[in-house]
Write a protein that binds this ligand. Structure first.
Ligand code: HEC
Ligand code: HEC
Ligand code: HEC
Ligand code: HEC
Ligand code: HEC
Length: 379
């Protein structure tokens, strides 16, 4: 009897744990996040430095809640029972998967080339960076089409038509997100904003529980890729919604702008292609040297699970193989310092080339940066 009780308790407990882990709806008291009347202006506790009232009665805007302490050292802040991922903070070596807007935020010695300059975080960048590089008008996106024109006065927003999150066919950032935070996203199928990967409408994938804080090679975000270029649910398609000329999908830049898989030459670096389509074939190619998942230069998968350790011929190159999505410590929001990359820096191991001694000390070796994939270009 007692044994049965214990067993059923254990079963119940594991059901709770499993449920709790897969369901990422916001939890906790309404009053932690909402203010019904915002009646005592200046006295209400709001998140961020802007004053309310805010749409949907929340106690802060998107940046207020997700960047509560720009100079503070917490990358995830607890509000009651909820964990709020912070996209703007000063915690060293603990940037979440998207990166950290700290590097581009006004007031913190910003370098605007290191990331997206989002409204309420940075000022708009000067031309030509006032519009998305590689923009094409009215490309197909989930739910409709992207904007037919990008006005140069239009700054990036977190969500809506001029941002990345939410339904991009809806202009208002808050309307475009309505309902997402309370939806059950235990299944990520892209049908609603709440059920899309990181509220990026239409995108699928597997979400690491702590937004890749302390991610490991067997527990990370699972990015979706698709080498047939016939769906719009990949993470690279999301980027291509604005930077269309950089993606080989026929809805976007396609062959004319990027090039063609298999035999032809590329004009722009390919994404959403697998290693098995490289020129001359995968066998004996330099890409064969990338065998273990790298958090520095990650790859996408056709059916991402977030626990892939092995990289093989079916693994897929994506925009986020080289870039962060928000901002990074490096120019062009890259995942590593590209200015350090030199080809064949030390042709004779152990000897220094005359006059080039600094090359060897600064050499980026196979397995790092671009050479995670192009394993033979540094040798
Ligand atoms: C009152 C605070 C609050 C406000 C305001 C807020 N969020 Fe959130 N947000 C949260 C919390 C809490 C979570 C974590 C929910 C979870 O565990 O998935 C979250 C999660 C997210 C995520 C990650 C979802 C995932 O799958 O991990 C995104 C993206 C996001 N919010 C975007 C936004 C945008 C865009 C806005 C403005 C329209 C916004 N948030 C406004 C509290 C807030
Ligand atoms: C809603 C449109 C939009 C989407 C979607 C978008 N971007 Fe951008 N991106 C912009 C705009 C506008 C700029 C230029 C202004 C700026 O840097 O903020 C830009 C700039 C950039 C830059 C150059 C940064 C610099 O200042 O040098 C990179 C790199 C970049 N985007 C990569 C990406 C990646 C990777 C994705 C997908 C995760 C993506 N973008 C998705 C609009 C977008
Ligand atoms: C951890 C923060 C958090 C808590 C706790 C929270 N909410 Fe919300 N809620 C949000 C955010 C952020 C939005 C706006 C963005 C969105 O719609 O996704 C929102 C939107 C809503 C909406 C409009 C969209 C929808 O889903 O219908 C309602 C209604 C709502 N909340 C009611 C409540 C009530 C009632 C409670 C308490 C039982 C509560 N919320 C607790 C963060 C929270
Ligand atoms: C995630 C893996 C990956 C990373 C990281 C990566 N590449 Fe590539 N790269 C590829 C693949 C795959 C191809 C396609 C090769 C083919 O089709 O033969 C490619 C193609 C290229 C080409 C064109 C080759 C050709 O034959 O047309 C160049 C040049 C290039 N990459 C340079 C770089 C540089 C520079 C970096 C770092 C900024 C980089 N790559 C990072 C995987 C990667
Ligand atoms: C192989 C690595 C790699 C991949 C994959 C990659 N990029 Fe880049 N990207 C770079 C590098 C490196 C730069 C800096 C400029 C340069 O050296 O060409 C850059 C620059 C940019 C810029 C800034 C252009 C400017 O005018 O300054 C944007 C925007 C951008 N990338 C978007 C994307 C998008 C969107 C994708 C996916 C469709 C993507 N990148 C895929 C490496 C990559």
């Amino acid at each position: 009897m007692k044994k049965n009780l214990i067993i059923s308790f254990i079963i119940l407990l594991s059901v709770f744990i499993a449920f709790g882990m897969s369901d990422a709806r916001v939890k906790g008291k309404c009053k932690d996040c909402h203010s019904m009347h915002y009646s005592h202006e200046g006295q209400e506790v709001t998140y961020g430095d802007r004053q309310g009232p805010f749409p949907v009665l929340t106690k802060g805007g998107c940046v207020g809640c997700h960047g509560q302490e720009p100079n503070g050292i917490q990358n995830i802040i607890s509000m009651g029972k909820a964990k709020v991922p912070q996209v703007l903070h000063n915690m060293k070596s603990a940037d979440l998967a998207g990166g950290n807007y700290y590097y581009v935020a006004d007031g913190f010695t910003p370098d605007y080339t290191k990331g997206h300059n989002v409204l309420d975080i940075s000022i708009r960048q000067n031309p030509p960076m006032d519009v998305p590089p590689g923009f094409i008008q009215a490309v197909p996106i989930t739910g409709g089409t992207g904007p037919s024109y990008w006005p140069s006065v239009q700054q990036l927003t977190c969500s809506g038509t001029w941002g990345c999150h939410g339904n991009r066919t809806v202009e208002d950032p808050y309307k475009s997100m309505h309902g997402a935070h309370h939806s059950d996203d235990s299944e990520i199928d892209g049908y609603t904003v709440g059920r899309s990967y990181r509220f990026l409408y239409g995108i699928t994938g597997k979400e690491h529980e702590d937004w890749e804080y302390l991610a490991t090679i067997d527990n990370h975000n699972g990015y979706k890729g698709n080498i047939s270029h016939d769906t719009m649910d990949t993470i690279s398609y999301l980027c291509g919604g604005c930077h269309a000329k950089f993606h080989p999908h026929p809805n976007l830049g396609g062959r004319a702008e990027v090039g063609q898989v298999y035999n032809s030459l590329w004009y722009r670096h390919p994404t959403d292609i697998a290693f098995d389509s490289v020129k001359g074939g995968f066998a004996d190619s330099e890409y064969q040297g990338y065998i273990t998942y790298s958090l520095e230069a990650p790859v996408a998968f056709t059916e991402p699970k977030g626990n892939e350790v092995i990289v093989d011929s079916t693994s897929i190159v994506m925009c986020l193989s080289c870039h962060r999505a928000h901002a990074s410590p490096f120019p062009s929001m890259l995942r590593w310092d590209y200015s350090d990359h030199r080809a064949h820096a030390s042709p004779f191991p152990g000897t220094l080339r005359q006059g080039h001694s600094e090359m060897d000390t600064r050499k980026v070796t196979s397995g790092k940066g671009c050479l995670t994939c192009h394993t033979k270009k540094g040798q």
